[in-house]
Design a protein around this ligand. Sequence first.
Ligand code: C2E
Ligand code: CA
Ligand code: CA
Length: 558
Amino acid sequence: MPVGTVDSLESKASQTAWAGSAERDLLALGTVVAAIILFIGTGGSVLSGVFAQFAGTGMGPDRLLACAFILNIALIIFGWRRYRDLNSEMQVRRIAEEQARILAEIDPLTGCLNRRSIGDVTDHFLAEIALRGKAAAFVMLDLDNFKQVNDVNGHAAGDALLCASANRIKQLLPSESLLARFGGDEFACIIPFDPNQHELIDRLCEELIAAVGRPVVFRGAELETTVSAGVTRSDGLEVKHDAQTLLHMADIAMYNAKKRGRNRHYWFEPSMESELRFRSELEAGIRRGITLDEFVPYYEKQIDLKTGELVGFEMLARWQSPTLGIVGPDIFIPIAEEIGVIAQLSENLIRKALTDARSWNPRLTLSVNISPIQLRDPWFAQKLLKLLVEANFPANRLDIEVTENSLHDNVAMVRSMITSLKNQGISVSLDDFGTGYSSLSQLQSLPFDRIKIDRSFITTLPGNRDSATIVRSITSLGQGLGLPITAEGVENEEILRELRQFGDFKAQGYLYGRPNSASVTHAELAQLNLLLELPDDGSDAVEAVDEAVAAPDIARIA
Ligand code: C2E
Ligand code: CA
Ligand code: CA
């Protein structure tokens, strides 16, 4: 029976409660014993007096002694009862305290130990198994898409998944192992093993990953998850690391398994630690970069293939890091999301982009990418409106790009967010289309203005029949739903030629130039005569914009 299960903990509780009852209330017991001794002492002369009186040979017992004798009997009865009551009261309290202690030690949902209690027992546990010549494997397991299960199927389903996972892990662990849940969806296992049979732990990890990965049926729905694991080992008698450090090392290895594709296990290696250090330096750098204003918007041209005109720009974030140089968004956006600074970062960028775009010809639109986390903020539409008002930028020139993957978080919420953005005149595009799993009914129910085909299908168009099939189906889907389409990733003339077969899209890509900084974009627009002369204080911006709408035609690019 694994030590960390409820069964073992409950049996521990009853043992402790029994052992506790051996302690007595000595004061009450002492009183009773003293009263009995007094009873025996006084009883002899009082009883012999009584018998003598009955036999007519004496005067009867001394009255004072008789009173003391009766009082003594009362004292014995009351003392004994008090002793008994106090004892059972103490026992009840001891059991309650023990149960409270157990509740503090175990995770009530899964019956595993919790983070605090595993820390308390592990060092002792390690010393004990080391004496028997065994090492311990520390395995940290983390479910890969638990949040999604919780969001899509609700918390009851999330709880069912956690319980099923804990039971499957328990069943596979050898007896004597410790199992704890570290809050959320993270489990820690400490498993004694023969130090020469390293491969047994690899096999166990594979079994654990396969077992937790089996679907869990909850109220008729199949809940699916995978799990990533990190492993390290104690060194038998030669104690190099304490339990806390070993758990931390397993955690680092688990983080590495996630990074390398999830649903697998990795043993800890020292190089992982330096990676982790680099990551925490990145986090600190991003936080610092936000306060020091190191994040800037770059702009990528958007072309109407039918007319060949430049119709707008997509804003793409860049980090001008003083130590790393120009860093792309694929590096810092996921980290900014994880550390909770994405909203602030994005708002700063949008503010700058709106200011930049105010000087462009007002027929040019501005597209900005929005993280799924921002879509979950009920105030997001209000915040955006405030930015538009502050920049005096017309809402109908702004386009928000929402990735297909963010639809899965919470479709109802995304729908209400898109609706309120559209009510303000902002248009909304579905980005990276084809990479997620949005259903046709989802697409129909969400009021998008445009679909952007993911660039992976466009860049591979020449010579790849699958990509051509996908582009063709997305095109007819767009036509069916009445949604115009943008193709991104138009890298060269060959791709453009292929693309034109499918219809008249809007296009973006390296063929039209790399994304550029605000100043380069400004210079390019000046050359194309697509800039607007704004008054310095921006006071008459709206009038200037109105005049410019009637200004020269937008330059042809392609
Ligand atoms: P995305 O929205 O799909 O943006 C297009 C990406 O494709 C950009 O990468 C762009 O530089 C790149 N690209 C453009 N033309 C071509 C081409 O012809 N061939 C190829 N292979 N690539 C091309 P970038 O700038 O590295 O941005 C990566 C992703 O980061 C963006 O993908 C977007 O999802 C995200 N992102 C960028 N800025 C922001 C932001 O401010 N907020 C959020 N939440 N995400 C952002
Ligand atoms: Ca985009
Ligand atoms: Ca995209």
